[in-house]
Design a protein around this ligand. Sequence first.
Ligand SMILES: [Zn+2]
Length: 155
Amino acid sequence: MTFNNVSKELLEYIQSKKFLAFPLPFANILIFACVIIRAVNLFIRMDPTITTIVFYLFFLSIVLLLAKGDFRSLAIGLGANAIIILLRMIINGFIGVPAIIDIIIYGFLAFIAFKKTPIKTDAPVIENAEVKKCSNCGSVVSENMAFCNDCGQKI
Ligand SMILES: [Zn+2]
């Protein structure tokens, strides 16, 4: 079973459950909101009920993003969470093993998500690889053309 199959089955399951299908389109907003609240919580201590709810919403958004295959948002959310745990350790001045393990896990997962993020193929890459241009007028010419269609320059 490949990862894509798992992702697809997860998505089908989520779409069949109303309460899970509802937040699916906002999964990226949800993870960013959770991360922001967790970051604010570093400086302004919030009610434990709120932080607990945010904690579960954070994991819900991870599952939803996995199902959607939105690895870009996953990488940002997980990476930001690793940074928040690191900041909390610095602010508290206490280096705990569980926190270090958390940072490694979230950091590693963020790295995997980042690696699965589709890379945008920019025009210059294609230009260098395939597209050849006329040395005189700059219009696109193919390898098998003897002369430029636009200006007649010998290729
Ligand atoms: Zn030309």
